[in-house]
Structure formats: structure tokens, C-alpha cells
Write a protein that binds this ligand. Structure first.
Ligand SMILES: Cc1cc2nc3c(=O)[nH]c(=O)nc-3n(C[C@H](O)[C@H](O)[C@H](O)COP(=O)(O)OP(=O)(O)OC[C@H]3O[C@@H](n4cnc5c(N)ncnc54)[C@H](O)[C@@H]3O)c2cc1C
Length: 542
């Protein structure tokens, strides 16, 4: 079981100190636990939801509108934000690793082949079955289901799919917290109520020496460690580096002023709408379904992505498309829910329920049957898009004047939307219509904002994918961490999580986060066994 920092002495030590217990930190800790290293995992929150811990996630937002209630965007607690994640997984596309002349600052310093073995090793951590590549043919090969009878023109769109993380049931994602607890023990000590307030380098700031952590009552502890890994999420990783200013006024690892820059998320929202009755004809290309395969039943969702050829030809960002249901205001299940929760308008909702006995009976039947898919009365089927953002050095996290209760400055987010982003969405929406038509499929109506050529509507806010703020680059002039995830110029200090991604692709980030955490674990285990660094004494902790 985890120990609260309150119950531990003021001075602690470990071989590896990991900050944060989300998918990045938890995977790293569990991988390293098999390597005879003494690991201390520090988690700011506790075992259960704690509103006081959540207040430490407060942000200031001075750029494009963001969701300010951080409790729906990030979680402080064991398991991190994966306590509330949806579990949608897909890897980056090959093109995401490339330097694309039409996307400034694009290109990963590691290629898809480097990530491939780690994606395979990530599967058990996320409860995924074998097909985790982006190629839809993998899905048909795995399931034995017939591929759709037609395909979009590959010069324009390519079929793709997402697999949902499976926990106890196909519709419930893996809960990272429980797996982490099961693996904790003598060599993997989990410490809750431990908010790291400062990273402590040696006197020349060329190597890490340890960290300072605060209990919820702000009592300070020092943890000495040869290796420290920041796995606190894409905003907090940058915030902690910037706030560690004892030795370097600009923050640790920030000699080139790059920490916090290139803040990205995904731009996601509806670009067109089909009629509800189009669902059947679209299903071979855009279904979400439970699939029984050799590794059990898993939930998959099919869609299309922009072909690399179209991206290059039109100067577009990478993006993918899938269908979601637009529930009608007349939906009887929504009415039932309102009545049950006392929020109902009474007679009107009762009439909605009475008008749809067959739909209700079918919903009840599938709920009892465990499929979880309740048929709803629909107003339409929305064609959703998720695209990457342009890596922009002016889109960034800096420190605000205001501090949290431990005296650490809040992160100030100046999040930017590049004109290439609405342009990509608009062109994609326009190009997809003739492709659907050529296949004899229904053609959707463009969303009002797409047709009018307007800016992104307000519901295209951030989607909790915090990318790029400590980006990876071989050259310290271009990124914060090197190819191993070590902060340039600060030996022993590493970063895990989507903050190291140089670009985000259209993929939800967690599968790549977990794959990179496993890769980092291999690196740390190898370097620890080589005994590259001597432990520093408490006296040297500045
Ligand atoms: C509603 C929702 C749905 C999502 N759905 C998906 C999805 O379908 N697919 C997908 O890929 N992603 C999804 N995500 C995003 C996903 O949750 C994140 O990509 C993932 O959790 C990031 O992992 P992480 O370990 O880097 O950070 P986090 O999970 O945020 O974990 C960071 C941890 O660090 C701790 N911490 C922070 N600061 C400190 C500090 N100073 N000291 C000590 N500890 C600290 C935090 O308490 C937290 O436990 C979703 C997110 C949300 C909110």
C-alpha cells in the first residue's frame, strides 16, 4: 500500500525518484521494479479523489480559450488523469515522425521503427489486443471480419481504426491505479500526498541531486536520488522545470529558453453532419463495435485519416475522422435520466418516454445483455475530426505571478491556434464529400462554421492532450530533452510523457506515452547497472 509523505522522515533517498503516477510514471515504475533498483514514486494526490489536491492544478490562461475547470482535464491522484480517461488508443502515423517542409518545426528525432517494439510492450499495460498499428488491414486480419467492400481513394483518405483500452469489461478502460498498487512493494515505494515543489540540481546545475516535496500541510521533505524522472503531465513538467530557479534563474534545463514552448493539444470537433438514417450505409467504414478476437472481446472504432499524399499536396496537418451520435432533444433515455435525477420538466419528458417504447425496450435488452450500447433517438451523426497542431514556439507555458498554497507559481498558458488548423479541417470536410459520394455512400452537410469560413467555434477547446512543452531533439538548441528523454545539460534528470513529443499527429497520446516510458525504463535500467553516477550526499543538496 502507498505511504503518505506525512508519515515519512524529512530526508529520504532512492535510486530513482519518479514524479507523478499517471500512465507515464506508473508504467516507468512498474517496468523498473523488475531491475533491483530502489524506486520512489511521488504522487501529489492520494488514493481517492481529493478536491484539495485538485486545486494545485489551477492554471492562468491568456491565449486561445481553454477549459478552466481542470478537474475535467487533469487529475491529481494515484493513476493520474487516466482515472478519468476514455481509453481510445492508436499509434502515431509514419508521417508524424517526418520533417515536413509545410509544417515548421516538424519531425521527430526517432522514427517509427524505434517505437515499434515498445508499442508492442505497451499493450498489456493498456489492456490492448494485438492490432495496434494504424493500418486498418491489421484489424481485418486480426478479427477475421471482412474488410469493407470499397475503399476511399488512397491519394486522399486512408481507412484507420482506434482500439479502446480494456479493463474488467470491454467498455471500461484499464485503471492504471489498481495495476500500480498490485506491483508496489519493497523496491517500488509509492508515496502519496507528496507534491514536488522544486527540483534540486548539484551546485553547477549539471546533474540532478534530488527533489523537494511538500505534504498537503506544506511540510517540506527532501528526497535524494541519482535519477529523477518528471512524469507530472505536459503542463506540470514544464512548470516544475521553470519553477526550479535556485541555481539557474531561468529554470532548470532552460538555458536556451525552450522549456514550456511549443505547447500543443489536439483540435477536435464536428465538421459535418449525416442524417440518422445514413448509419447503416456508413457502418462498413465508420462503425464502433465490440469485436471478439483471439485475445478476447475488445472495442474498436473505425474511421478515415488524411493520406500523406493529400497532406503534402495541400499543405495540411495530419488528421483523422470518425462518427459520433448527436442525440435528439426528443431522446427518451435522456428524458428518463432527467426524471430520475429530479432535473425533469415533468410532462414533456414523460411524453418523450411514452412515445418511444420500442427504443426503450431495445436499450433495456442491450443493457441487460452487457453490450452497454443503448440505442438513442438521434438528431444526426456527426463527422468528428481530430487534428494535430502546428508546433509554435509562441504557444507556451510560463510562470504566473500568483502561487499555489505551496508557494509554486501557477502555470500561465498562452495557447495558440494556428490558421493552418481551421484550414486543415475545412479542406478535409470539403474533400471528404466527393470521396464518399464516389463510393456510393451518404454525403454529409458541412457544419455551419465550415460553410461560412469562420474561425473555430468555441466548443473546439483543449482536449487534455498536453504536448510539446519539453520537446525531444538531438540538438539542445532545438529541444529540451535528448533522444533518451534526459534534459539537455542536466545529467540524471529525465522527462516522461507527451511533453517530449515534438509533434502530436492525430493520435490520442497515451499509447505513445506508455511506449516511450517503457523505452525510458530500459535506458535507465541499463545506465543504473553501469553505475554511471555516484550518489550525492544529503549535504550536497543545495
Ligand atoms: C476526460 C479525458 C479523456 C481522455 N481520453 C483519452 C483517450 O481516450 N486516449 C488517450 O490516449 N488519452 C486520453 N486522455 C488523456 C490521458 O489521460 C493523458 O494522455 C494521460 O493521462 C497522460 O499521462 P501522464 O502520466 O503523462 O500524465 P497524467 O496522467 O496527468 O499524470 C500526471 C501525474 O502527476 C501528478 N503530479 C502532477 N504534479 C505533481 C507534482 N508537482 N508532484 C507530484 N506529482 C505530481 C499528478 O497528480 C498525476 O497523477 C484523456 C483525458 C481526459 C481528461
Amino acid at each position: 500500500m502507498p505511504t503518505s509523505l506525512r508519515d515519512l522522515p524529512a530526508d529520504l533517498s532512492a535510486d530513482v525518484c519518479i514524479i507523478g503516477s499517471g500512465p507515464a510514471g506508473a508504467t516507468l515504475a512498474r517496468e523498473l521494479a523488475g531491475h533491483r533498483l530502489d524506486i520512489l514514486l511521488l504522487e501529489s494526490g492520494g488514493l481517492e479523489y481529493d478536491p484539495a489536491a485538485e486545486t494545485l492544478n489551477e492554471i492562468e490562461s491568456v491565449g486561445a480559450p481553454r477549459i478552466l475547470d481542470q478537474t475535467i482535464i487533469r487529475n491529481r491522484g494515484l493513476g493520474g488523469t487516466a482515472r478519468i480517461w476514455t481509453g481510445r488508443c492508436t499509434p502515431l502515423d509514419d508521417i508524424d515522425h517526418e520533417t515536413r517542409p509545410w509544417v515548421c518545426h516538424s519531425g521527430w528525432p526517432i522514427g517509427p521503427e524505434t517505437l515499434k517494439p515498445f508499442l508492442a510492450r505497451a499493450r498489456p499495460y493498456l489492456g490492448l489486443a494485438a492490432p495496434v498499428r494504424e493500418d486498418a488491414d491489421d484489424l481485418w486480419a486480426y478479427t477475421g471480419l471482412p474488410a469493407p467492400p470499397t475503399r476511399p481513394d488512397p491519394a486522399l483518405f486512408l481507412p484507420c481504426f482506434w482500439q479502446f483500452s480494456r479493463g474488467r469489461h470491454p467498455a471500461e478502460p484499464v485503471r492504471i491505479r489498481d495495476a500500480l498498487l498490485a506491483d508496489s512493494g519493497h523496491k517500488l515505494r509509492i508515496v502519496t500526498d507528496a507534491t514536488v515543489t522544486r527540483l534540486i540540481p548539484n551546485r553547477e546545475a549539471r546533474a540532478i541531486a534530488g527533489v523537494e516535496a511538500a505534504t498537503p500541510e506544506s511540510r517540506r521533505h527532501r528526497i535524494r536520488a541519482r535519477l529523477v524522472v518528471l512524469a507530472a503531465g505536459g503542463i506540470e513538467n514544464a512548470r516544475l522545470l521553470l519553477a526550479s530557479r535556485d541555481v539557474c534563474a531561468a529554470g532548470l534545463g532552460n538555458a536556451r529558453g525552450l522549456v514550456g514552448r511549443f505547447l500543443m493539444d489536439h483540435v477536435r470537433g464536428g465538421i459535418a453532419v449525416f442524417r440518422p438514417r445514413d448509419a447503416g450505409r456508413l457502418a462498413p467504414h465508420f462503425a464502433t463495435r465490440l469485436v471478439r478476437g483471439p485475445e478476447g472481446t475488445h472495442l474498436f472504432s473505425q474511421g478515415w485519416r488524411l493520406s500523406p499524399a493529400l497532406q503534402a499536396r495541400e499543405g495540411l496537418l495530419n488528421g483523422a475522422f470518425w462518427l459520433s451520435e448527436l442525440v435528439s432533444p426528443q431522446d427518451p433515455w435522456s428524458a428518463l435520466k432527467r426524471l430520475a435525477s429530479g432535473l425533469s420538466t415533468g410532462l414533456a419528458d414523460a411524453a418523450r418516454i411514452a412515445a418511444h417504447p420500442v427504443l426503450l425496450a431495445r436499450g433495456l435488452w442491450s443493457s441487460l445483455g452487457g453490450s452497454g450500447a443503448v440505442p438513442r433517438r438521434l438528431a444526426g451523426l456527426e463527422l468528428n475530426a481530430m487534428i494535430e497542431q502546428v508546433p509554435d514556439p509562441e504557444s507556451r507555458v510560463t510562470l504566473a505571478e500568483r502561487c499555489d498554497r505551496h508557494g509554486v507559481p501557477l502555470p500561465r498558458l498562452d495557447w495558440r491556434i494556428d490558421p493552418a488548423e481551421p484550414r486543415t479541417l475545412r479542406i478535409a470536410a470539403e474533400r471528404i464529400r466527393p470521396v464518399l459520394s464516389a463510393l456510393g455512400l451518404p454525403v454529409p452537410a458541412l457544419a455551419d462554421w465550415v460553410r461560412a469560413g469562420d474561425a473555430l467555434p468555441p466548443d473546439f477547446a483543449d482536449v487534455s492532450h498536453h504536448i510539446g512543452t519539453t520537446r525531444m531533439a538531438a540538438d539542445p538548441a532545438r529541444g529540451v530533452v535528448d533522444l533518451d528523454g534526459q534534459v539537455h545539460g542536466v545529467e540524471g534528470l529525465y522527462v516522461a510523457g507527451s511533453s517530449v513529443f515534438p509533434t502530436g499527429g492525430h493520435a490520442n497520446p497515451t499509447l505513445t506515452i506508455v511506449a516511450l516510458a517503457i523505452r525510458l525504463a530500459d535506458h535507465l535500467a541499463a545506465s543504473a547497472s553501469r553505475g554511471r553516477r555516484e550518489a550525492l550526499s544529503i549535504a550536497e543538496l543545495g
